[in-house]
Design a binder for this molecule. Sequence first.
Ligand SMILES: NC(=O)c1ccc[n+]([C@@H]2O[C@H](COP(=O)([O-])OP(=O)(O)OC[C@H]3O[C@@H](n4cnc5c(N)ncnc54)[C@H](OP(=O)(O)O)[C@@H]3O)[C@@H](O)[C@H]2O)c1
Length: 252
Amino acid sequence: MKHYIITGASKGIGAALVNLLAGKDTHLHTIARSSHADILQQAVDQGAEISSYSCDLSDTSETLPTIGSILQNIQADQHLDEVVLINNAGLVQPVGPSGQLDPLEIEKSLHVNLTSPLQLTNEFLSLTKEMDCKKTIINISSGAGKSPFDGWSTYCTSKAGLDLFTRSVGIEQDRLATNTTIVSFSPGIVDTPMQEEIRSESKENFVNVETFQHYKDQNKLSHPETVAASIQNLLQDSNLQNGGLYDVTDYL
Ligand SMILES: NC(=O)c1ccc[n+]([C@@H]2O[C@H](COP(=O)([O-])OP(=O)(O)OC[C@H]3O[C@@H](n4cnc5c(N)ncnc54)[C@H](OP(=O)(O)O)[C@@H]3O)[C@@H](O)[C@H]2O)c1
């Protein structure tokens, strides 16, 4: 059985991943705050086993028991082929120049985008140690982790941190010979609810808002399904570089 743990499974890229990865001999463990029953029903119809968790990843007291239950469930499987953690949940807020942001929103953003993937990875590595199968962690990053954007200082910081975390843990896993590969993956600009949020920002908060509106008008956004397919191709690459930073275009 292949086990996929997918955070942010209720919308956008996460929902597309659930749909694409669902099949016979797969067990999907989904995490989000909101209900995503329709997405899960489709996955069941495609033959997948599903365990769905309602969890606010900005709250450590919810995150740790959730990932603990998931990994306990996976440990009970006598026919493990592969275990994959996809740290996909994220938020672009708070948007605006530093000096005008809500401090609690800064804290929440860093917690969901950075702290929770670090915590989930830590638990994953600890509780899969004895599993003798292929293990992969994919951290969904962004071009915003590689270049600065006016108005996205918190988001850029969180994704840059996620990339350096990935590179550091990749070195560790190679040295420890754990049979675990961790990579970072930038999906490009994707037609999801997050992009709707970006397009609805004021120009005062986000000076590039018109550029993003034009991307939509000119049909330049990728479909979430295309990104999910690229991630599926990446998972089939047996030559992944541990700690590597990959982009959607690498696997189209
Ligand atoms: N869309 C793009 O153009 C783009 C570009 C580069 C990178 N990315 C990255 O790709 C990933 C997915 O983005 P997307 O565009 O699909 O975003 P999205 O449409 O806004 O979906 C975000 C997902 O994250 C979940 N989430 C947010 N806050 C959460 C919390 N506190 N606890 C648990 N789950 C939470 C949401 O679920 P609930 O609301 O149900 O909790 C939702 O399922 C993100 O990491 C994003 O930074 C996206």
